[in-house]
Each structure stands twice: as structure tokens, then as C-alpha cells.
Design a protein. Sequence first.
Length: 297
Amino acid sequence: EVAMLRELRRRWRSYKYRFVPWLALNLRRQRRTLRYVPESSQDKIIADEDVFETLLKIFKALFINDFSRQADILALLPGVKCQYLELLTMEQKQSKVNSCNHQSQHVFSPEEVLFNTLGFTVSRDRSSLVSAGTGVFVTKGFVPKGTVVSMYPGTVYRKHEPIFFQSLGNPFIFRCIDGVLIDGNDKGLSRSVYRSCSRRDQLGPFQMSDESWLTATPQNPLAVGQYVNNCSHEKAANVCYQEFDIPGHFPVELKQYLPNIVYSHDIESHLRCVVLVTLRDIKQGEELFSNYYTVVS
């Protein structure tokens, strides 16, 4: 009986955050375990335009780096193809050492593209916090204050959309200010749901989202934000979550690098993304820590 009570207590601690009455009664005294932003404007560490420009910059660099495999897409976008050919030609001229390698394009890893474009790389590794599991580190370079350093991948659920079974035992559910949830779990049912939604929304050669964040080698090297740990007394926060809605004019050929997909595709709305923005300069070797406990466990 004692063992049974202990197990029930453990399960309640895991699931109590999902119950509206519990949240209502405990909101005031549990602010340290819930995200609390009095005004949504205060949640913007940098302007949406800066987030947009950063994503465009790194996604374009990834697209050009993978140019040889984009033939099907470019065949349907002749105008876009000309623009990228010009960018590719400029890049080749800058990196050209001699005339022998002019015709061949050197293909970099996504991490190398990130470093060459934004001046840093981030990757998953064992956290410096005891018993925290996996964390995210700046593994190379330097990240200035106010920089998009990572993205929070996953399936996006609007209010009242079914997420109960996906949420069981899932420590990667992120709650946005307006109640939108992002399931950043890369295993189990969550993984299957994301892949199903991603393939559902594919339009011919155009992928509307990136599935590779579910693997050990994501093609978008920023898509590791779900593994950023919460700050502690010993480890102060150095990044902050910021919500960002993908605008309608986002280039269709670059959507293949977006690590998010909506659960219900029949509702017209902008895709919700969450990025992590640095609160201070971060040097090589430092682990990222968020300043809100936003994962509902």
C-alpha cells in the first residue's frame, strides 16, 4: 500500500499542472514554476523583424549549401532560382582559391554553415547541472547579446486540440503566452504525430517543415532549443524564450528548415515558432539556461 501511495503521489506531481483548478489555486504561489509575463510586449527581447532576418539569413545559407539537391524546387521557381544562382556565384567568387575549383561547390555540414553565417555553433551534450540530463552548449565561436541562438521545435497545438496522450510523461511541452502548446518531444507518440503532420502538409517537392530535428543530425542546427535547461541558483539565465509567428510572405523554398508544424492544417493562421534569444554575450563552452520554467511537466 505504501508503494502504491508513493506511485500515486509521483504521478500527481507529474500531471497536476494539466488540471485547470490546480493552476487557478496555485498560480500566485507557484510563479517560479510557471511562465509569467504581465504584458506580451515585455516578452520581446528583440524585434520580430530581427528574428525574421536571422532565420532568413541562416536558412538561405543552408539552402545554398544544399543547392545541388534543390533541383525539383527550383524548377518550379525560375525567378527564385536566378536569385540563388547569383548568391551562389558571389559566394563561389569569395571562396575561390583557383580556377580549378570554380565548378565544384564545397558542401559544409549544417554546423559549419551556422558558424560561417552567424559566427557560432550550438549542440547537445550532457548538462553541467547534476541530474539534468541533456543540455545545449555554445560549442564554437561567440554569441553577442540579443542574438537568436536556438529554436524550439515541435508540433504546434492550439487551445482545445487533443494533446492528452502525447503529454503523458512528456517533459517537452512548451506553453506560449496565449495558451498555444508546442510538443518538442523527439520520441514516441510525439515523434509519430510530428512526422504524420509534416508529410500531410507537403506540397509536391515543397516541404512545409523540417523532420530532421527528430534525429541526431538536424539539418537546421538551431533546432535544439527543447533541450535548454532552466536556470538555477548556481547557473543564471543567459537566454530567454521569445514567441514568433512566421509571416505569410516567408519564402516557400525555405520552409523545409522550419522545425515546427501545426497539428490541424485546416485552420488558417500563422505558424507559431519559439526562438531563444541571448540575454548577454555568451562565450564558447558555455551552456544555455533559460530564465522561465516554461516546460509543463
